[in-house]
Design a protein around this ligand. Structure first.
Ligand SMILES: [Zn+2]
Length: 177
């Protein structure tokens, strides 16, 4: 396994629409290696999610560690999500902080649907359906946006909360983190 280079904001791959994967491609050795490398890369850079376009691959796949940031919870296996289709549940929208490995050292407040369901394929090509709310739902929406060339800045309703990481830690981070 290897640590992949992460594309930073400005690289055109982050603005392109990624293509869906065929079921037959999913089981290939090359794709399975990419998934393992994405998991390693996410972990190496302490990300909670990583989408294929962020590692220069224009395909609809992301990985996410959905329990990250919550010390009260047991560590669960990261999820691998392929060709996700999100359905918003209800009308609640929550504003909260996001960051992105492709936009290093910046945080901003982004409105996202509180609750969603996701239909997708897992790394074996099997159909999965996930329900998520709050933080995990936010991560899934952020990563799925990457597959459509959308970055979290695009979703901010105001840039007033745009903050460097040092200032975020100093002024805005919740003290119970
Ligand atoms: Zn991101």
């Amino acid at each position: 396994m290897s640590i992949l280079k992460v594309a930073r904001m400005g690289h055109p791959v982050l603005r392109a629409k990624a293509r869906p994967l065929e079921k037959s491609e999913i089981r290939s050795g090359a794709l399975q290696k990419l998934i393992d490398d994405m998991l390693d890369t996410m972990s190496e850079y302490h990300g909670v999610g990583l989408a294929a376009p962020q590692v220069h691959e224009g395909i609809r796949i992301f990985v996410a560690a959905l329990d990250a940031g919550d010390d009260d919870q047991e560590d669960t296996e990261p999820i691998v999500v392929i060709n996700p289709e999100i359905t918003v549940v209800g009308t609640d929208v929550v504003d909260d902080w996001e960051g992105c490995l492709s936009i290093p050292d910046i945080r901003g407040r982004v409105p996202r649907a509180r609750e969603i369901t996701v239909r997708a394929l897992d790394r074996n090509g099997a159909r999965i359906e996930l329900g998520a709310h709050d933080f995990p739902a936010r991560v899934i929406q952020h990563e799925t946006d990457h597959l459509d060339g959308v970055l979290f800045f695009d979703r901010m309703t105001s840039l007033a909360s745009m903050t460097f990481l040092d200032e975020y830690s100093r002024y805005w981070r919740k003290t119970d983190d």
